[in-house]
Write a protein that binds this ligand. Structure first.
Ligand code: MG
Length: 378
């Protein structure tokens, strides 16, 4: 499954009040668009994000975000996005209104998971209020609410099927009203309903901004985890520390490659999530992890962090040994870790200390490492 996300951000958004189009307005420290963008760009099940914007708006878009210009209607904008991705090998696509800035990682995950067994899937919440028909300020009829849902985005589809549905869509009179689920259904695709989220509101009116700001600020969650690991020396000619091979008169003993620093960082990330430890996710009793390179463990922990909607803010690792000397390799270690974790180097620290010849590290019986990690759900 290779999945793209299209963020539809080409509208003019006049109902949200005066000033900039709503997707470029500021909300809890970022633009509305950037909140939506980060939700998809940081999600491990999304491989690329494409923005569809109004041709006049490119100056609002942060650099390095791929975009195409939208059309006159929402449907035309989506078709422009789908056409741009044609031939790039995506099996699935999620189409999201950028004005739904509070979309959660859980909703994106639910849509992606449903696409494993359905051609289309979209989040919705059941209608719980009574529904009335009104006329001249008076109730003239009640409308049964059973089986009614309020539709949300992202709406996800098999890529080729939704592209072809959009290309065949000819209802230009109603094009402004058509969402992708309607276009998919008119082409005969079945669309599964997945559980939406009351907080996944579409910013439409001025009051919605205040509510979205509360939701985004309430959801901010900063967590700290720590990790500690020890491996004993055995015979050999090198050690692997934080992903870097360092020549030494001994090797480290372990079930995997015995990268004590990377193990401590991995445990710190699991710890921040209260998601157990490395031995629980990769049991030493399982032969398939014998000699395994530890970047597999670290990458798994990073993916788990991101799939729960958190970003890694920083990690800090201290290696405790008399030898080998870490200083000359620290920068290479930081670069290696940053690459595996998909982080800037400035967020990855590796440093070292001795234990003044005291204890097992002082007697050069092994190497210890401790690490801390901070993760943030914005
Ligand atoms: Mg270990």
């Amino acid at each position: 499954m290779k999945t793209a996300a299209i963020l539809v951000a080409a509208g003019r958004g006049t109902r949200a009040g005066a000033g900039l189009p709503k997707q470029w307005r500021s909300l809890a420290g970022r633009t509305v668009f950037e909140h939506s963008y980060r939700a998809f760009a940081n999600h491990p099940m999304i491989d690329t994000v494409l923005a569809v914007i109004h041709p006049d708006d490119s100056s609002y878009l942060p650099a390095q975000i791929r975009f195409v210009s939208g059309g006159e209607t929402r449907a035309a904008s989506v078709l422009a996005g789908l056409s741009a991705l044609r031939g790039e090998g995506y099996s699935h696509v999620l189409i999201h209104d950028a004005a739904r800035a509070c979309v959660s990682a859980q909703v994106i995950t639910a849509v992606c998971n449903a696409l494993a067994t359905h051609q289309g899937a979209a989040p919705a919440v059941p209608v719980t209020d009574a529904l009335w028909r009104g006329q001249d300020g008076q109730v003239v009829a009640a409308h049964p609410r059973a089986g009614l849902f309020r539709a949300q985005t992202p709406q996800g589809f098999a890529f080729e099927a939704i592209l072809s549905a959009h290309e065949r869509q000819t209802d230009t009179a109603n094009a402004a009203l058509l969402d992708d689920v309607q276009i998919a259904r008119s082409a005969g695709l079945e669309v599964a309903i997945v559980t939406g989220d009351e907080d996944n509101l579409k910013l439409t009116h001025p009051a919605d901004f205040a509510r979205a700001e509360r939701i985004l600020r309430e959801n901010m969650d900063i967590r700290l985890g720590n990790g500690f690991d020890v491996h004993a020396f055995t015979e050999g000619d090198h050690v692997v520390l934080c992903g870097v091979k360092v020549a030494h008169s001994k090797a480290l003993l372990g079930h995997s490659d015995a990268d004590v620093g990377m193990h401590a960082i991995t445990d710190a990330l699991y710890g921040a999530l209260a998601a157990g430890d490395i031995g629980q996710h990769f049991p030493p009793s399982d032969a398939k992890w014998k000699g395994a390179p530890s970047h597999i463990f670290l990458a798994h922990a990073c993916q788990l962090v991101r799939s729960r909607g958190y970003e890694i803010s920083n990690v800090d690792c201290t290696l405790i040994c008399e030898a080998p000397k870490i200083g000359p390799h620290a920068l290479a270690m930081r670069k290696t870790l940053a690459k595996i974790m998909n982080l800037e180097e400035s967020r990855v620290s590796v440093k070292a200390t001795t234990s003044e010849r005291l204890g097992f590290t002082g007697r050069e019986e092994g190497i210890a490492a401790l690490a801390s990690a901070t993760v943030v759900r914005p």
